[in-house]
Design a binder for this molecule. Structure first.
Ligand code: 0O2
Length: 216
């Protein structure tokens, strides 16, 4: 991805520029899909989108955990979430629809998918993860940049944000009763998501097209 002979800072700045460009490209694609969906179905599957570049401290920590030296090459090769996008939706069905719409774009290449909705983590974590590459066209070459896309419902996001804070607060060693409570809350989140989805489907079936314009 970079030219080794140059100053490492200059190299790193170029890597960051590429990841930032990748986030812009994916964000634009998502905006277009959301606008088109609104136009055709009078419905926005995306509630909101957050994107970020992982901090250098976090990148180095992840590399260390995986047993690699902190070089720019290893960062690009082994850290898949330097550029990350989180898409928040209302309903679980929206998640799969968005994932499919992205997969159908022929400049996006899917490297891997982790479906933590069908297979939640032991912690209770649920989300749909895709690692993709997107081409970035620079003045003299094309670079395929990796982006991690996390897609989840508002309820899953609420749970994950609190769990993330607790995880950091206790440096991964939260007291057992807190972990158990979080698993219990994760079940409640799944139940809430299922009930809200079925309620929404029932309302749409009863009211037909008219209810589309209510999309909250
Ligand atoms: P941060 O601070 O959010 O960036 P890999 O990335 O594949 O090398 P891993 O951890 O096996 O490593 O990948 P996975 O499981 O797909 O997780 C990647 C990201 O998902 C994490 O990034 C978190 O953002 C989120 N995540 C995964 N598991 C949990 C969980 O149990 N709770 C919460 N709240 N989030 C989770 P980072 O780099 O670990 O953290």
């Amino acid at each position: 991805m970079t030219d080794d002979k140059r100053d490492p800072i200059e190299n790193w700045n170029e890597v960051l520029l590429i990841y930032r460009s990748a986030l812009k490209e994916i964000n634009t694609k998502l905006e277009i899909l959301n606008d088109e969906f609104q136009h055709v179905h009078r419905y926005n599957p995306i509630e909101h989108i957050k994107s970020r570049i992982k901090t250098s401290e976090s990148i180095v920590k992840k590399l260390k955990r995986k047993g690699y030296e902190s070089t720019i090459e290893n960062m690009v090769e082994y850290v898949d979430d330097i550029a990350g996008i989180r898409i928040i939706c209302s309903f679980t069905s929206d998640i799969y629809q968005i994932a499919e719409m992205l997969a159908n774009q022929n400049d996006i290449k899917i490297l891997s998918v982790k479906d933590y909705i069908k297979n939640p983590k032991e912690s209770g974590y649920k989300s749909y993860h895709m690692i993709v590459t997107i081409p970035i066209f620079l003045s003299d070459r094309r670079v395929d940049a990796k982006v991690e896309i996390q897609i989840r419902t508002v309820a899953m996001d609420f749970w994950a944000s609190l769990e993330h804070k607790i995880h950091y607060k206790f440096e991964g060693n939260a007291p057992e009763h807190i972990k158990e409570e979080l698993v219990e809350c994760a079940h409640m989140v799944s139940d809430l998501d299922a009930r809200m989805l079925s309620l929404n489907e029932e309302i749409r079936a009863i009211a037909g097209d008219k209810v589309d314009s209510w999309k909250f």
